[in-house]
Design a protein around this ligand. Sequence first.
Ligand code: SF4
Length: 379
Amino acid sequence: MTATPTVKGWCPGAHRPMMSGDGLIVRVRPHMSRFDRTQALTLCHLSQTYGNGIIDLTSRANLQLRGVRAAGHPDLLEALMAAGLLDATPAQEARRNILTTPQWGQDDLTAWLYKVLLASLATLPDLPAKMGIALDTGAQPLLAKASADFRFERGQEVGLILRADGADTGVAVTEDTAPEMLRALALWFVDTGGARAGRMARHLATQDLPTRFQGARPRAPGAMLQPGVHAIGAVYGVPFGAIDAAALAHLISEGAGTGLRLTPWRLFVLEGAAPQRVEAFVCDPGDATLRVHACPGLPKCSQGQAETRALALSLSGKMPTGQTLHVSGCAKGCAHPGSADLTLVGADGYFDLVRNGTAWDAPSVRGLSRDDIAKEIAR
Ligand code: SF4
C-alpha cells in the first residue's frame, strides 16, 4: 500500500535539521542569496567532513548539507558559527527567509532594502514557517515563479512596489516605507486567518486583498539566466540541484571568483569568474537536464516510494524538445512545486503518471514499470 507523504509544517535549518534516509539535512541560509568565496569553500569542506559530500541547491536558493551524522551536528554548528554562516538563534534563522535576485550590486536598491528588511524582521507577526520574502528588485523581476509570499519588485509606473503573492498588482512603497508596509500586509494576513491557508496565494484564493495593498503594476519579467557568461560572472547549472562538494570546491579554487550567488532555478553564479567547462555542472544553455526535476527519492529520502534520479537521467534525452519532466519519489513533489509536462510519481516501486500537472494531482495512469514509462513518453 502506498504511504501518504508527511507534509512537515516547517523547513529544516542548521539549528533544526531534518532527518532523511541518508542522515540529517542541515540547511544554511545565505545572506542576499550569496556566500563569499571563503564561506563557499568552507561549506564544501564541512560537507565532506560532517556529511556525505553532497550539497543540495534548493528552490529557495539555500544550500543544504546532506548525510550529516547526528553525532557530528554540534561540531558542525560550531564550525558554521565560526565561519559566520549561522544565525544566533533558531528563531532568527527561521525568520530570515529572504530570497534575493541574483542581479544586485554593491549599495544598490536591493542591497539597501535587504539591510533594512533584515533589521525589521523582528517586528513582523508570527507567520507560518514556509512563508518568505522575495527581493526581486533588479532591473526586471526574475523571481515571480519562485516560492515567496511578499514580493518586492520594481513597478511600471513607480520605483518600488510590494506585491502579495497571488495578486496581480501591489502597493507603491519607498525605501523608507517598505518595512512598515510589509508589516501591515503581514498583520492583515494574520488577522484575516491566513495561518489556516499557510501561504499568501492560498489565502487570496478565498479572501479579498484590500485595495490599499493593490494598484501598482510590476514590470514585465526579465529573461531567465542561462548557463554561460553573464555580466555578474559564470553561470552553471546543477543537475537535480545536487552539488558534488569536491567538484564545487575545485571549481572555486581554480578560478578568480569572489563569491557564489545562488538562484532558485538550480543555477549558481560564480561571481566575477570566466566560465570553464566542468563535467559536474551544466555549462550549456538549453541543456535538456535543466528541464528535468528529480528529488533524492529512495534510498536517500525516507518517504521515497521509488528511486528517482537514475531514471530521470535516463529519460532526460528522450523528452520531446522543450518539454519538462518531473520524477518524484512520492506525491509530495519536493523537487518541483509547479506543473510539468510529464510527472512520474513513485508508488510502491512503480510510477504513476500525471500529464500537465503536479505530483499531487490525480494520475492518468498508475503502476508503470520503467519499460512502460518509455512507451508512455514515446506516445
Ligand atoms: S518528494 Fe522526494 S524528497 Fe520529497 S518527501 Fe517525497 S521522496 Fe522525499
